[in-house]
Design a protein around this ligand. Sequence first.
Ligand SMILES: [Zn+2]
Length: 184
Amino acid sequence: MSDAAHLPGFGPDEVVIAAPASPLFRVEVTRSKKRRKTVGAHLVGGVLRIALPSWMSKTEEAHWVREMSNRFRRKMSAERLQLVERASTMARRYDLRRPTSIRWSDDMQSRWGSCTPSSGTVRLSTRLAAFPDWVVDYVIVHELAHLDVAAHSDEFWRLVYRYPKTERAIGYLIAKSGDGDDVD
Ligand SMILES: [Zn+2]
């Protein structure tokens, strides 16, 4: 049983750890007496919930947090690496330029997306992968529009607002942003 389970306010079924483990999702560990052997993990709204039997040691817990985080990270990148297809769909649907390449990027700390109009390439922050598809689609549309119009001008926003969930997605990203996070 974890030490935290003995602290006031922490029952065995409550969250004892909430640590950032990856840019894709947060990890929360719960311990349960009802759970005997199996380790459970499911991803809900950007949080990977890992459920462990209450007898597990801290070392085993660390192992399973690592293991499950890696498993879900691989799963998410595999599932969501259809960025090329999504970008094609967005380009076709909203009559925007198709990128020459589009890929996830781990090293975008303060931006959700970026593009290089001269080469037609687009990068999206992997932090977006945990967000709903319609938010990712907005960032794609934003970057595709930049392939034609570099500045955040009226002309640019006219292109972006062809995507009907633009307003909502901007609100969503503002809510998720730390200071200075932006779609460039
Ligand atoms: Zn922009």
